[in-house]
Design a protein around this ligand. Sequence first.
Ligand SMILES: C[S@@+](CC[C@H](N)C(=O)[O-])C[C@H]1O[C@@H](n2cnc3c(N)ncnc32)[C@H](O)[C@@H]1O
Ligand SMILES: [Zn+2]
Length: 387
Amino acid sequence: MPTQFITEGATRLEVPELERFRTPAGDYAPSLTRVFYNPLMELCRDISVSAMQVLAKEVGGLRICDPLAGVGARGLRYAKEVEGVSNVVLNDRSPEAFELIRRNAELNGLARLVEVRNEDANALLWSHRPRFHVVDLDPFGSPAPFVDAACAALVNRGVLMLTATDTAPLSGTHARACLRRYGARPLRTEYCHELGVRILVSFCQRVGGRHEFALIPLLAHSTLHYFRVYLRAGAGARASDDVLARQGYVSHCHACGRRAISRGITAELPSTCECGGKLTHAGPLWLGQLMDEAFVQRVIADLHSRDFKLRHSALTLLNRCVEEADGPPTFYDIHEVARRAKAPPPKIADFIAELKGRGYFASRTHFSPTGLRTDAPLGEMIRSLAK
Ligand SMILES: C[S@@+](CC[C@H](N)C(=O)[O-])C[C@H]1O[C@@H](n2cnc3c(N)ncnc32)[C@H](O)[C@@H]1O
Ligand SMILES: [Zn+2]
């Protein structure tokens, strides 16, 4: 396999020769490579390095598992760039990946800090002792097949990080695949990516319940072609019951744009909107907060101390996550609200200030450049724009 050397953060990596995997359309198809490496995930890995540093400051001697490691980009960056890590287990079932991870560990002088394995991820996670402080699931497509074993491999207060690239099923393009994988119904709306993230979180929480873990989001973002979620696992039946009580459904009216929220997995769902239109439902999904503001602020502070190539983009994304942290589930598209008001779209910053002035929560959202997160009623926003 022809390879090349690249640098991400402070880590050198031998990766498949990227130019060989250009598609005729000019983009790059990492899934065609013998060993997986996607340069488009650098931003995601940068944020993960800073998040890991925040966790390492909480717990000395962090033990981390990267069970689907590819060339080892994530696990090796944690070992090289995070202070306070005592051990990183990197695993891939592909023998070629295993060899490349070993070479990359040597290349970075990490042979003593990391342990490289070549087995099935689930087998490793179910059997590994001691348990890990962090498990980072970064699969092709859906993380669903690995969440149960990842929970089994976590210590109390451990953190489950995961990436999902099956955003089409989660956002409602392939609803049946979402039902099969996550036991939930997605919905195509202007906030379908947020619903997808909430479905993913809820799925993990229901699996976590089997381990009597309450999985609480620290940070969740939707970027490019993937969702990324960080969940803290707190042990205890009562905490886990509490998390399950915050599951529910979002019902959407395609006629007028209103949404209704129903709480509880066994909630009775309304079928008709105030306008007489038919409501369609998404869920079960997580209705609680997606961001822990204090945690995200600490990640931002760490990012400021690093000279990552993509630091500016990472900070822009996380600052927006902070802005929307205390907002309600679902957001509006400002153009859609203006269209319903038969008015030109207002400047989003001005409209946010106006809604805040009236005592509502209002912010932008990282999910969409034209998104507006607010608890103001849609009817009131339409009336105010129509004036
Ligand atoms: C998306 S890639 C990992 C990318 C990597 N984390 C990175 O940041 O570059 C997924 C990897 O999981 C491996 N894999 C898939 N199923 C597996 C399983 N059941 N057990 C172990 N490895 C698996 C594949 O060989 C592939 O290398
Ligand atoms: Zn309606």
